[in-house]
Ligand binder design. Sequence first.
Ligand code: GRF
Length: 234
Amino acid sequence: MNPRKRTVILISGRGSNMAALIDAADDSNFPAEIVGVISDKAEAAGLGLAASKGIATRVVSRGDFPNKEAHDAAIDATLREFGAEIVCLAGYMRLLTNGLVEKWQGRMINIHPALLPLLKGLDTHQRALDAGLRIHGCTVHFVTAAMDDGPIIAQSAVPVLIGDDEKTLSARVLGAEHALYPKALRLVAEGKARMEGGRTVFSDFEAPGHNGLVTSPGPSGDPVDLEALARFTP
Ligand code: GRF
């Protein structure tokens, strides 16, 4: 087996996606190993959660640096200290400077709670409700200089049910996020999803199909694995 890719997660808050990645990487067959968690906020709840799972944590506080460039330089130095090969943004609530993004391009991925390129930015669940969308979801993508704009690696769709409010909808999407992010990280760590020429290039699949990276809602409202459906023979 190839050495597992040293992966660092950047957070600012709760850290539930971080926990999903740590749990997936707990399996020694998973191609990425979570070697550290960095938060830009000392009070982030995810820090305690990571520590309770035996993962090294660092706080690189915004307020300790005179400007964004200096803060991002410290983030970069901490990533290098951890020997990071892949960086996962998981609820990291600060836009990165171009300099940092360029250094990690193709090796830095993010999860966004909407089906990009729809609903970039914040408050995606309320905006999905306000727009009357019937389908919503989440996206894992490579990070580029423009916000929520990099090449898409994987998406999961969930229905917007009649009577949903922001709370119920965000909970449904969050469940999809926790299932999707480890699958996307696996692909990147295995080198099967690579960023080339501004696009995601997929390779080396054992069988053609969606490979679990695209899901859509079933009649019950739960996400359905289209890959499993494609394999289904009555
Ligand atoms: C998630 O919805 C993620 O998609 C977005 O921020 C939220 C972070 O939640 N980028 P958590 O900290 O992973 O629980």
